[in-house]
Ligand binder design. Sequence first.
Ligand code: ARG
Length: 289
Amino acid sequence: MHNVEKSTLVAADSVSARVGSGRRFLLCRPSHFDVTFEINPWMNRENRPDRERSFSEWEGLRQALEGCGAQTFAQDSVEGLSDMVFPADIAVVRGGRFLRAKFRHEERRAEAAYGAAWLTTNGFAELEPLTDAEAFLEGGDVLAFADALVAGHGFRTTRSAHEHMAAVFQSEVVSIQLRDPRLYHLDMSFCPLDSRTAIMAPSAWDEKSRKRVLDLVPDPLVVSEAEAMNFSANSVVIGKNVVMSACSDGLAAALEARGITVVVSSIGEFLKAGGGIRCMTLDLNLGSR
Ligand code: ARG
């Protein structure tokens, strides 16, 4: 029905030849994807996504992830939930257990229950949800580096949610204060690559948080503001591959020098909603490579 284009992979054959690393991701079909409200600075109701292109980009991303050896699952979207194509936000999933999101904006709140239903049906155990009326949690604010969870707060997620997350996952949570409204989730300024390296845009964080991340990450790969605004940090790492929506020559060289292969998959229609590749994929075991 939809025109499926090949994603712009670097040498597709060399990608599919790579050995799988057991990574699994949940995606959500863009059947009801649209920009009908504005809850981040990228969204503009006058600039709506194209349906055919959204489908072909989404299929391209799915193929790129699978080409890197990951397994993907697709959930159907629900009418009226136009941001449901960004399932990274619906929960934090680690070690077979999940903590459901509590969305900041009314427009996205119903997504959490659909996400939790999919996870439960597929064998993941739900941890005690956040109940505090003042607390919010969105999965886009949570990543893992080494053994710790690294979580943003300031725009969507609240600091109080970090404490709850630490308790239910029995894990250290490194808290990062976000300060750039364009990079409103942590996954837009921080992308761990392995236990030493992470792509990062520290200008998105307050001074104390920068110091904390630089103490934690031995080999920081700092991107320019332009690269950050290109969603370079909003990428998905699968073994030694990083799937990105765009990559400058300089960043590609820095990644290749570290033995990491860049796979480019264009998702321009989704950028209109302020979401990139990491937002479009829920990692079903945060912190695995
Ligand atoms: N339009 C969505 C929102 O504003 C985009 C979600 C981006 N997700 C992410 N993990 N960065 O909530």
